[in-house]
Design a protein around this ligand. Structure first.
Ligand code: NAG
Ligand code: NAG
Ligand code: NAG
Ligand code: NAG
Ligand code: NAG
Ligand code: NAG
Ligand code: NAG
Length: 292
């Protein structure tokens, strides 16, 4: 899309150049019908003015679109964070099936994990605060655009009419000179307005960078909180399942190494049973059997 816009802009710049050459030709004041040529001259100016306004519009819209693209890129981070919350909750599900005890542990600490709704709500606040800035960011440029348009529509047109009234077709050479002055003044006004616009565009880009930085900080805080809380919930659930929860009577009966065994696989009449050490590299110094 940006490429198409640039090509369009180049085409218009080329057209504008051709138009200025035409204006230069018209300025030779030896024609038989100067009044008509003066009209062509002013029409060419008007087309140049329309181009100037159009080009402002392109630049403002391109600036806004680029800014909003950067803001909307945050949607991917939001989705990825929502996925992490979903996965974290899904990973707890098997633990709720494992045993009533592990189910109690999950129920006890799962609430520490932020909900998908909370994460979405918080991330949406970050994103919408950033996107709301877009009109403010472009407001100085929009006002410069309006100033130029107003100048073209009122001051320029008034002065053109004044030249045409002051010097009628019998004095077309004087009219041409008068119009040339108006055009020259308008071009100076345009040039200064465009310089202002460029400065404002640069400033807007800097402000946009700051707003994007704020957005990233806002989003980072949510991501950090979410991931920290998920880790905390997992740690607490894990400790709970391993009997190391804040339970005084459990102290001294905790192994990091836990082997899970279903009660159905236990046959009290059988002298042999499944060997939890089978295939291990390390025997370790403690192994807990968790029967479910
Ligand atoms: C206008 O100028 C051209 C050359 O520049 C000349 O050939 C032509 O005769 C001039 N016409 C008038 C009406 O003076
Ligand atoms: C000049 O051109 C205008 C517009 O085409 C026409 O109405 C007018 O008669 C022309 N004047 C002369 C002197 O050729
Ligand atoms: C620039 O000004 C023109 C004319 O007033 C207007 O149509 C256009 O919407 C303006 N563009 C922006 C981005 O404000
Ligand atoms: C041009 O204006 C002068 C006086 O200002 C007048 O005498 C003349 O008739 C006018 N010519 C036309 C074609 O309007
Ligand atoms: C029109 O231009 C001629 C030559 O430049 C000048 O002598 C004359 O005074 C001008 N007429 C008016 C009304 O300005
Ligand atoms: C991330 O969040 C945790 C828990 O809320 C907090 O302790 C930590 O300071 C945060 N880190 C940063 C860099 O904000
Ligand atoms: C005892 O348990 C082992 C391992 O689970 C099994 O292979 C074996 O068949 C069982 N013996 C009897 C008599 O059920």
């Amino acid at each position: 899309m940006a490429l198409v816009k640039i090509v369009l802009v180049l085409t218009f710049v080329a057209l504008a150049r051709a138009e200025q050459n035409l204006v230069a030709h018209i300025e030779h004041r030896n024609s038989t019908n100067s009044s008509m040529r003066n009209d062509d001259y002013i029409d060419a100016q008007r087309r140049q003015h329309a181009f100037n306004i159009w080009y402002y519009d392109v630049q403002i819209n391109f600036f806004k679109d680029s800014y909003l693209d950067r803001v909307n890129a945050m949607e991917y981070q939001k989705d990825s964070l929502l996925d992490k919350v979903k996965t974290a909750n899904e990973q707890l599900y098997p633990l709720t099936l494992l045993s009533d005890f592990s189910k109690v542990c999950v129920k006890k600490y799962q609430a520490i994990m932020p909900s998908r709704e909370w994460v979405k709500y918080q991330m949406d606040i970050c994103i919408s605060e950033a996107s709301m800035e877009v009109d403010w960011l472009a407001s100085y440029m929009a006002s410069t655009n309006n100033t130029l348009q107003t100048y073209y529509r009122t001051t320029f047109e008034k002065e053109v009419t004044a030249c045409q009234t002051k010097y009628n077709s019998s004095m077309s050479a004087n009219q041409t000179l008068c119009l040339a002055d108006v055009v020259s003044t308008t071009n100076t006004f345009t040039y200064n307005n465009q310089k202002t616009f460029s400065t404002q565009l640069e400033a807007a880009k800097n402000s946009a960078d700051m707003d994007i930085k704020t957005l990233h900080e806002c989003s980072f805080a949510i991501q950090n909180t979410t991931l920290s809380k998920i880790a905390e919930a997992n740690t607490r659930i894990d400790r709970c399942i391993h009997g190391a929860d804040d339970c005084p009577s459990c102290h001294g009966h905790f192994c990091n190494d836990v082997s899970y065994m279903s009660s159905s696989s236990i046959d009290t009449k059988n002298a042999t049973m499944y060997n939890p050490f089978y295939g291990r590299q390390e025997i370790g110094d403690c192994l807990m059997l968790s029967i479910f």
